[in-house]
Each structure stands twice: as C-alpha cells, then as structure tokens.
Design a protein around this ligand. Structure first.
Ligand code: GRF
Length: 191
C-alpha cells in the first residue's frame, strides 16, 4: 500500500476522485497528507471531510521556496510518504522536494503536453482553435509541465465547444485517468 501526499491549490476535484477511488478499492493507496499553498482552498475541506490530515501554508510567510519545501519535506518524511501527487497545485516544485523524491512526483495537466503548458491549459486550447486537446499525466521535473510523459488521453472539441463544456469533458477524463494511471504505476512497482 503506497503512502501518498496530494498537493492542491484549489477546488480539489481530482483529490476527490483519488479519495473516491481508494474508498472503492480501485486504487491501493493511502493519502496520508494533503498539502495546500492556499489555506482557504476547498481541497482542504474535502480532505478534512475524508479525515485526511492537512498541511496548509502561505509562501509569503517563508523566506523562500527552499524554506517552505523543507518544512513540507519534514512533514512528508515523518509520515513515510512515498509519492507526491500534484492535483492542481499551482507552484513549481523546487530542488528540495525534487531531490528528496526523484521520479516520485507526478502531475496531471489539462492539455496534450508539450502543447499548452502552464496556467489555463483549457483556455489556451480554446484560444488556439485546436480540434483536439486532452489530458497528460507526467513525472515532474524542474520545468513547467515539462517532465517525462506517463499517459495521455485525447479529447475532441465539438464545433460549438464552450469553456464550460470543455472543462466538463476534461475533468471527467482526469477523474477517470488519474486513479487508473496511478494504480498501474503502484502495481508495477510491487512486482
Ligand atoms: C485540473 O484541471 C488539473 O489538470 C490542473 O488543475 C486542475 C485542478 O482541478 N493541474 P481540481 O482542483 O482538481 O478540481
């Protein structure tokens, strides 16, 4: 059973999908901590409702990234965390966490990387007028959404696609794909 920490900054619907998949037995993992850089984010409410401990911080209360990541690292190590699962965490991971968890930090991004990295992958795809976009799950490196790709799923855009309709499609794919891909990664490590 893998011990994981989920990092999120916002709504946390992907966190919820992981919580639900674990509850259903579709993902053999235990979320031992939810980390958020936004103390009022709804993801923290979801964590508390599921009985998961949380660590919330404000970056501006720390000297720099190394400082707050060292504090996070201490928390993760105390809990025996094996994987860092980013789910809408809006900060770049720095050297402290990258060096402590090599190839153990995974992110989900709402576009077909390398297209449309960074903020608002969905809006960027709409703006560009592409006929298809998608979801990417990848390992995290020091860049912005640049690490090695693990899995992708394509989503076709309809002619009259709106932001709302595309968001719905992307989230539906994310919520199905993230637990499934993590399950494969964790299972293949057990062998
Ligand atoms: C998702 O679209 C994810 O791909 C991106 O941020 C969004 C987070 O949504 N990295 P939520 O907070 O999980 O609802």
């Amino acid at each position: 059973m893998k011990k994981i920490a989920v990092f999120a900054s916002g709504n946390g619907s992907n966190l919820q999908a992981l919580i639900d998949a674990i509850k259903l037995g579709a993902l053999q993992a235990e979320i031992v901590l939810v980390v958020s850089d936004r103390p009022n984010a709804y993801c923290l409410t979801r964590a508390s409702e599921a009985g998961i401990p949380t660590f919330a911080f404000r970056a501006k209360d720390y000297e720099n990234k190394e400082h707050y990541e060292s504090v996070i690292k201490n928390n993760l190590e105390a809990l025996g965390v094996q994987y860092l699962i980013l789910a809408g965490y809006m900060r770049l991971i720095g050297t402290v966490l990258l060096e402590s968890y090599p190839e153990k930090i995974i992110n989900i991004h709402p576009s077909l990387l390398p297209l449309f990295p960074g903020k608002d992958g969905i809006g960027q795809a709409l703006e560009a007028g592409v006929t298809e976009t998608g979801v990417t799950i990848h390992y995290v490196d020091e860049g912005m959404d640049t690490g090695p790709i693990i899995a992708q799923e394509i989503i076709a855009l309809d002619e009259n696609e709106t932001r709302t309709s595309l968001e719905e499609k992307v989230h539906a794919v994310e919520h199905r794909l993230y637990p499934k891909v993590l399950r494969h990664i964790f299972e293949s490590e057990e062998k």
